[in-house]
Design a protein around this ligand. Structure first.
Ligand SMILES: Cc1cc2nc3c(=O)[nH]c(=O)nc-3n(C[C@H](O)[C@H](O)[C@H](O)COP(=O)(O)OP(=O)(O)OC[C@H]3O[C@@H](n4cnc5c(N)ncnc54)[C@H](O)[C@@H]3O)c2cc1C
Length: 314
């Protein structure tokens, strides 16, 4: 059955790997295999892949750079979809920039620096893709995606396509509301302002990050959203949890809102650390932290607060 679907997906123009290990593609370096890892180089191919998956009743998990995903040790059932080829490119059109959903933001920022494309501070240092950044409404001290996003192209389950204005996405602090099962094919962002000023601010921002965050260790960035009026890191540090370790998963001694893989951690260990931190902060501080990190794959349960995740056990 799997091989038959793989053949249909290849016939639709996608590259397909069966039983594809995912850990090497994730920032945390953990997670099992995808039943079908499907790479689509063009929007029409994504649409066909979604159509085939819908007919076969297979779940589809879009994967960016997995810099905000905790993938189960038991892997991911169905299709894990990666955007490649022209869906990973960027082009300027006056004061607008068209960025493919699969475009790597670190590369995009380098390209912008070379080409003189201003205004991308909200994406500086975010190691995800444009699609993942839209889903997360990613942001930095210099703003968030919502500040620069004009519209997005999406493919919908079954294969239809639509262009949605930013105002339709309910972009809030590290969250968005896309139509169920939508894949972000690309985004149009504003690219305006003074380039020298833009460069200077980005440089300062990256230096600040390097000084305060464990940028050389495997993490998923901020593990929890900041609760209103305070920072998750401060609460976690206040509970004495810096350095708390289960197996090879640790609350970073450098920044308490980062959970790092010291080398050889499992997804289960990382999740156990995240859940221990939540429990202790809730007990001692009365604040229930909301994970920013999404779960993907075969977990028995999602985060226990209705947080969006692509968790499945089928
Ligand atoms: C070292 C480090 C530093 C970080 N710093 C920041 C920061 O400063 N600010 C910040 O906001 N975040 C930060 N992050 C978190 C992360 O980089 C962002 O959340 C980023 O936007 C995730 O993008 P991604 O491509 O890796 O998405 P993934 O982690 O691959 O996926 C995240 C979610 O988006 C979905 N998704 C991905 N692509 C698509 C698509 N094309 N269509 C539909 N759904 C999709 C996935 O299914 C998943 O639910 C950091 C992470 C790390 C590891």
């Amino acid at each position: 059955m799997r091989d038959e679907i793989a053949a249909r997906l290849r016939g639709a123009g996608a590259e397909v790997m069966v039983d594809a290990p995912l850990a090497g593609r994730t920032w945390w370096g953990v997670g099992g295999a995808a039943d079908l890892l499907v790479s689509a180089p063009r929007a029409e191919v994504v649409a066909r892949v979604l159509g085939i998956a819908a007919e076969a009743a297979l779940p589809v998990t879009p994967l960016g750079n997995a810099s905000n995903l905790l993938i189960s040790d038991d892997g991911v059932r169905g299709v894990v979809l990666v955007l490649a080829g022209e869906l990973a490119d960027a082009a300027r059109d006056g004061d607008l920039l068209h960025v493919g959903g699969g475009a790597d933001l670190v590369r995009l920022l380098r390209q912008a620096d070379r080409a003189g494309w201003p205004g991308l501070g909200p994406l500086a240092g975010v190691p995800g893709t444009m699609g993942g950044a839209v889903v997360m409404n990613a942001g930095t001290h210099l703003g968030e995606v919502a500040d620069i996003l004009v519209d997005v192209d999406v493919a919908l389950p079954g294969g239809a396509r639509a262009t949605l204005p930013a105002s339709a996405l309910a972009l809030r602090y590290r969250s968005s509301t896309l139509p169920n099962g939508a894949v972000v094919l690309g985004a149009t962002v504003r690219c305006a302002g003074d380039m020298d000023e833009s460069r200077q601010k980005i440089r300062e921002h990256l230096a600040y990050r390097a000084a305060t965050q464990p940028t050389h260790q495997r993490s998923c960035g901020s593990t929890f959203r900041n609760p209103p009026g305070t920072s998750a890191g401060r609460l976690i540090e206040g509970c004495g949890l810096k350095g708390f370790t289960i197996g090879a998963a640790q609350v970073s001694p450098k920044h308490a809102n980062f959970v790092v893989n010291l080398g050889g951690a499992t997804a289960a260990e990382l999740r156990a650390v995240v859940e221990h931190v939540r429990r202790v902060v809730a007990e001692r501080e009365g604040v229930v932290l909301t994970p920013e990190v999404h779960l993907a794959g075969a977990w028995d349960t999602g985060w226990d607060d209705g947080q969006p995740s692509s968790s499945t056990r089928n």
